[in-house]
Structure formats: C-alpha cells, structure tokens
Design a protein around this ligand. Structure first.
Ligand code: FER
Length: 288
C-alpha cells in the first residue's frame, strides 16, 4: 500500500466525539500456575453508540508496545492522546464506518518484569491469544453492542503489540478477520526472529493459520512500518518471506486485491504518531 500522511486536522478534537469507558474481565495467567486474574481494558465507543439499541458495531483490538499497559494507546481513561480524535474524525467524515476499539494489555498487574524484560514480555504476548479468545472477546461481546462474528473483529498493535498481533494471527484467526501489525515482527523463533529466521517465521505463520482451518480468502494481514524504524530490518525480510508463500498469501498493493499488504513510510520511525497514520490507512479495510 502506498503511504499517505494523515489529513490535516485529524488529530484535533471533533464535534462528534466518541466516549472512553473501562471494563474489567476475569482471566487466567495461562502458565503452569494458571492463576486467576482480573484485568482491565479501555474501550472506545463511537459517537452515538447505544442510541439505537438495534445497532451493532465491529471491534478493533489494539495492543500497546513494550513498557506500556492498557492506558497507553489512548492516554488513559481521560483520553489525553490524539488517538480518540483520529477515530472520531475518521468516523465523522465517513473515512471508516463506526467501530468500537478495545485497548487491552498483555502485562499482568504487579509483575514489573513484564514491562522491563523483553523475554518476559514475549512469554506474555504469546499467551495473549488464549486470553483473547477464551476471556476477553466473550466479555467484550457481553458488555457492548458488538457484532459477535469473526468477520467483524480485527487486531492491531505497535512494536511488542505488533509482535502480539502476529501471535494472534498465528493462534486466533478463528476469531478474527484481520491482523494489522505495526512496526513489530514475530518472535516465534526468538527475538527479532523476522530478521534472523524470516523463512521459518513465515512458515510458522502460514502453517498455524492453516491449522486453524482458515482459508486464504477468509483472512487479511496488513503490515506497516517506516524505513527508519527499528523494526524495519526485521519486518522487511519477514514480509518478503510471507510474500513468497503464494500457496497461502496473495500480496497486493490494495487490501481488496489480496490477503497480504505491506506499507512502508519513508522516514517513518518507531513512534505512536506514525501508528495513527498507519491505522488511518488500514481503517477502511479492517472488517470482512
Ligand atoms: C521490532 C523492533 C523493536 C520489534 C520490537 C521492538 C516486535 C521493540 C521492542 C521493545 O523494546 O519494547 O521488530 O518487534
């Protein structure tokens, strides 16, 4: 996909604002201890959501990067960051049909190592698909007016959240239509696995999506980064390897023409501000 910048004004407050609410849900650590956990998400509800009780919305799950938590992408429940305005404006101007956004976390409260150690973070990102499918999606579908169908669900995330997104593609495509990794490669083969083991990483992704019984025309991956981003050196070889798996992926310039698109921003680097531009470009294509 050709990169284009966020249209001017889209980061400014919009006169048709959505709302941010929080929700807690019950889950487990899904490790050997499998301890019960209560976790929190922030939820963006588009303008007018709830006014017509018959109206239901698709859902984008959006994971933060390393060191963050569920507050990071929106700037807390007060929504101090630009993301909520970008969403409000995209929906108000008809760029995207209204959708709900859920900001979860792969971290566990009180477990500081999850923020500070990348090895611990990767264990948690790889457990997250289980939590997503078993606990978070059902809780969101029970609490909000969602379309409870995999075609109406997408997953995205930045950096370690991009890593989570690949993990979700490999493990949870049964429950989602579209995965949008932003500036993160898949660490199934170890840290920066996309750089050191691009073919093996691509094979794991394709094999695992297939094992879930998902056909090539039943899913979509749209990946984004910048050519100055620290993820570029790992994501580029991984995307090249995926594009060679033509038995499953049809690489395309535009998402409507294939199930794998790749977008590179010239001079883009590892920031959330770049992510909001990527998300803007992905928005019209998130749902099936
Ligand atoms: C990557 C490059 C950098 C990546 C993650 C990072 C998952 C950074 C992670 C961190 O320090 O939190 O390709 O992919």
């Amino acid at each position: 996909m050709q990169f284009s910048p966020l249209p001017t004004g889209m980061r400014q407050p919009c006169d048709k604002p959505g709302t941010l609410v929080e929700m807690t849900y019950q889950t487990h650590t899904y490790d050997d201890a499998n301890a019960p956990l209560t976790k929190r998400v922030l939820v963006y509800l588009p303008h007018g959501c709830g006014e017509d009780p018959a109206r239901r919305y698709p859902v984008l799950y959006l994971m933060h990067g390393g060191g963050g938590d569920e507050n990071e992408v929106f700037g807390g429940i007060e929504g101090s960051g630009p993301l909520r305005h970008v969403l409000d404006n995209a929906i108000a101007c008809g760029h995207a049909a209204p959708f709900i956004v859920v900001a979860p976390t792969y971290t566990v409260e009180g477990m500081e190592a999850a923020r500070q150690s990348i090895d611990v973070a990767v264990k948690l990102t790889h457990r997250f698909p289980t939590e997503l499918v078993r606990d978070l999606i059902p809780a969101v579908d029970a609490a909000f007016p969602t379309i409870a169908d995999r075609r109406a669900r997408a997953f995205s995330g930045f950096s370690m959240g991009g890593e989570t997104t690949w993990s979700v593609a490999a493990e949870a495509m049964t429950d989602l239509w579209c995965c949008v990794p932003l500036s993160g490669d898949y660490w199934a083969m170890g840290l920066k696995g996309g750089k050191d083991f691009p073919e093996e990483t691509a094979d794991i992704i394709v094999d695992r999506i297939r094992q879930q019984g998902i056909a090539p025309d039943e899913c979509r991956i749209m990946a984004f980064t910048g050519d100055k981003d620290i993820a570029f050196e790992a994501l580029q070889p991984q995307m090249d390897a995926l594009a060679r798996r033509t038995d499953f992926f049809t690489p395309a310039e535009m998402p409507a023409d294939g199930n794998l698109t790749w977008c590179l921003k010239r001079d883009g680097w590892h920031t959330y501000d770049d992510c909001w531009e990527y998300l803007w470009l992905a928005m019209p294509y998130l749902f099936g």
